[in-house]
Design a protein around this ligand. Structure first.
Ligand code: SAH
Ligand code: SF4
Ligand code: F3S
Length: 555
C-alpha cells in the first residue's frame, strides 16, 4: 500500500478546524498524500459537527453521496471523525453502512492506527471480492461516561497530538489556532458539546507558550486561543501530574471566578489572565492574540486589566448571551442573569472601549430563539437585549433539540417552526441595523488590518469562485474549493492577476471587522502582513477602505 490519498473535509467550529489541521499533519508525516478531489481519494474523512440538526444533515447528505463511489471503488475507506461520530456512535454505522471508521474528538490520537487497520482490511476484502463486508474501526470516548479526573490527567494521549503539531512556514497564512482548554463542564441544557468533547481539561501553560513560540518562529503573526469557555482556563501547578517527563493536562475544577485577581496568582496557579500576560510577554513576535469563546460569568477584572495593559491583545470578545429572559437563561442552565450579563458588558466597555485611540472594543454574541417554553414576552426581552447590548455582530440560531441533552429529555420542543423562523428574522433585522450603524461609525478612521488574502470578489472575477489564496514562499497559491488543508495539493499558482483591474485584498481589524481594499500593485507581498487602512465605506458585514501610507516593513 503506497501513499493512500486522503480527502478531508471539515464542518463545525474552530476547534474542529484545528483538529483537522492536527490530523492532516499527523497523517502527512506517516506518508499519506492529500487530495482536494473526493473522487480521486482512497480515504474520505469528514470531521463533523453535531451542535444543531442542520449541521448533522450536511454530513448525512455527504455520506449519502458516497454510496455510489464506494460501489465503484470498493477499496475506498470512509471515516467520520468529530462530534457527530461521538454523539451517534455505532448507530451511525448502522444507519450508514458506507462508513468504515468512527473516531470521536477525544480519540483523534488513535486515528492513524484505525485508518491503517481499515485500509488493510478493506484492501484484503476487495481482493477477496467481498465488497459488501465492512472494515469497521471505531474509537469513541463513550459519550455517557465522561472520563474520570485521574484518567483524564494521567492518560491524555491527545495532548501528544497537540504537542506533535507540525508547524512549517508553508502551513499557515499568518494566523493559527492554539487550543488551551478541551471539553466543557457547563452543561447548558440544550448543548451536546459536554458529551461530544468530554470533561473540561486545561493544557499546561508551558505547552501553550511553547506552541505559540514555535508558531511565531514559523512566521505566524496572529494566534487565536481556543476553548469552549476559554476564560475559565486555570492550571494548578501543585496538582500537576507528569508522565514520562511530560506535564499532563489538568481537569477543570469549579472555583470562585470573579472580578478580582486570583489569590494564588503568581504562586501555584496560572489563571487565564496570567496566561494571556505570559503569551504577550514571552512571545513578542505575535502581533495579535485573540481568544474564543468567552463565558459571561467567568470574566474577571483581572482579564480586562491584562487586555488593557497589553497592546497586542485584540479588543475583540465573543461572549454568547443566548437569551434576554432570565427565566429562559435559568432553563438553559447558563448560570447568569440578564442584569449580570449587562454588568459585564459595561465593565468590559469601560475598561477597553477606546475609539479615540483607534481601539474600539468589538463584542459579538450568540442567541438562541425558540428554546422550549419561550413566550412572546421572553422573546421580546431578547430583542430588547440586542438593542441594549449593541453587539458588533450576533449569530442567531433556532433551537434544535439534541438527543442526549437535558432539554431534549425533559422539555418539549413547543415553539413552532414558524414562530422560530419569525423570531429569528426579527432578531436578524435588529442586528443588521445595529451592525450597520456600528460599521458606519468607523468611516474615516484608520485601522491596522491583517491581510488574509485576495477577496472573493477578485477570485470570482478570475473564475475561482470558492477559492482561497495563500502565500506560499514567494508565490501566491490559489487553492480552488477551499477544501484541502494542504497548500501544495493541486494548487494553481499565480503571481499576478489573470485579468485587468486592481486586485481586491481582504483582511481583519483587531476587532474582527472584515476590511476590503485594493492592492496598489502585485498582491503577493501584502498577504500575511498588518497594514494601515483608512475606512471610506461601510456596511453591516464589512468595511471598505484604502491603504494608508506604509513602508511595508511591518510584520
Ligand atoms: N461554548 C460556546 C458555544 C459553543 S456552541 C458558548 O458556550 O458560548 C455555539 C453556539 O451554538 C452556542 O453559543 C449556541 O448559541 C448555539 N447552540 C448550541 N446548541 C444549540 C442547539 N441545541 N440549538 C440551537 N443552537 C445551539
Ligand atoms: Fe455548550 Fe454551554 Fe459548554 Fe458552550 S458553555 S459548549 S453552550 S455547554
Ligand atoms: Fe460542533 Fe463539536 Fe464544535 S458539536 S460546534 S464541532 S465542539
Amino acid at each position: 500500500m503506497t501513499n493512500p490519498a486522503v480527502y478531508l473535509e471539515t464542518f463545525g467550529c474552530q476547534m474542529n478546524e484545528l483538529d483537522s489541521q492536527l490530523v492532516h499533519g499527523a497523517l502527512r508525516r506517516l506518508g499519506y498524500a492529500f487530495t482536494q478531489d473526493p473522487d480521486a481519494a482512497d480515504v474520505v474523512l469528514y470531521n463533523t459537527c453535531s451542535v444543531r440538526e442542520q449541521a448533522e444533515q450536511k454530513v448525512w447528505s455527504r455520506l449519502g453521496e458516497l454510496k455510489h463511489a464506494k460501489h465503484d471503488r470498493p477499496h475506498l475507506v470512509v471515516g467520520v471523525l468529530g462530534c457527530l461520530a461521538e454523539r451517534d456512535g455505532l448507530d451511525l454505522i448502522r444507519r450508514m453502512p458506507v462508513v468504515d471508521l468512527l473516531c470521536g474528538p477525544g480519540e483523534l490520537d488513535k486515528l492513524p492506527t484505525l485508518l491503517d487497520n481499515a485500509l488493510r482490511t478493506r484492501i484484503a476484502l476487495a481482493q477477496a471480492g467481498e465488497h459488501q463486508r465492512s472494515a469497521r474501526q471505531a474509537a469513541l470516548q463513550g459519550s455517557t461516561s465522561r472520563r474520570s479526573a485521574t484518567l483524564a490527567a494521567a492518560q491524555d494521549d491527545l495532548e501528544l497530538l497537540d504537542l506533535s503539531r507540525a508547524i512549517s512556514p508553508t502551513d499557515h497564512n499568518g494566523s493559527a489556532y492554539v487550543r488551551i482548554t478541551r471539553g466543557c463542564n457547563k452543561f447548558c441544557t440544550y448543548c451536546v458539546v459536554p458529551f461530544t468533547r468530554g470533561a473540561e481539561i486545561h493544557r499546561p501553560p508551558e505547552h501553550i507558550i511553547d506552541e505559540c513560540k514555535r508558531l511565531a518562529d514559523a512566521g505566524v503573526l496572529e494566534v487565536t486561543l481556543l476553548g469552549q469557555t476559554v476564560n475559565h482556563y486555570r492550571f494548578e501547578h501543585d496538582a500537576a501530574v507528569a508522565v514520562g517527563g511530560v506535564v499532563q493536562p489538568q481537569k477543570g475544577r469549579s472555583y470562585a471566578g470573579g472580578h478580582r485577581r486570583d489569590p494564588f496568582q503568581g504562586h501555584r496557579v496560572t489563571t487565564f489572565a496570567d496566561l494571556l500576560f505570559r503569551i504577550h510577554e514571552e512571545v513578542p513576535a505575535l502581533q495579535r492574540i485573540r481568544f474564543v469563546t468567552s463565558y459571561p460569568r467567568d470574566f474577571g477584572d483581572d482579564i480586562l486589566d491584562v487586555m488593557r495593559q497589553c497592546p497586542r491583545l485584540c479588543r475583540y470578545l465573543h461572549v454568547p448571551v443566548q437569551s434576554g429572559s432570565d427565566r429562559i437563561l435559568k432553563a438553559m442552565n447558563r448560570g447568569y442573569t440578564v442584569g449580570e450579563y449587562l454588568e459585564f458588558l459595561g465593565r468590559a466597555r469601560a475598561a477597553l472601549h477606546q475609539p479615540d485611540l483607534g481601539r474600539p472594543l468589538m463584542i459579538s454574541a450568540d442567541v438562541i430563539v425558540g428554546f422550549p417554553g419561550e413566550t412572546e414576552d421572553d422573546f421580546n426581552a431578547t430583542a430588547a437585549l440586542l438593542e441594549n447590548a449593541r453587539f458588533k455582530s450576533c449569530f442567531i440560531f433556532k433551537y434544535s433539540p439534541r438527543p442526549g441533552t437535558v432539554a431534549f429529555d425533559r422539555l418539549p420542543d413547543d415553539v413552532s417552526e414558524a414562530d422560530k423562523r419569525r423570531r429569528n428574522n426579527h432578531l436578524l433585522a435588529i442586528q443588521t441595523r445595529i451592525s450597520d450603524d456600528i460599521s458606519r461609525e468607523l468611516i474615516g478612521e484608520t485601522f491596522e488590518v491583517f491581510v488574509e488574502g485576495v477577496s472573493r470578489k477578485t477570485l470570482k472575477r478570475q473564475g475561482l469562485s470558492h477559492g482561497q489564496i495563500r502565500k506560499t514562499g514567494g508565490a501566491v497559491a490559489i487553492t480552488v474549493g477551499g477544501r484541502s488543508l494542504d497548500p501544495h495539493a493541486e494548487a494553481a499558482c499565480a503571481t499576478a492577476p489573470a485579468d485587468e483591474g486592481p486586485v481586491q485584498l481582504s483582511g481583519r481589524t483587531e476587532g474582527d471587522n472584515i476590511v476590503f481594499f485594493n492592492a496598489p500593485d502585485d498582491p503577493a507581498p501584502w498577504i500575511g502582513r498588518i497594514v494601515p487602512v483608512r475606512i471610506t465605506q461601510a456596511d453591516r458585514l464589512s468595511l471598505h477602505g484604502e491603504l494608508a501610507p506604509t513602508d511595508l516593513t511591518r510584520g
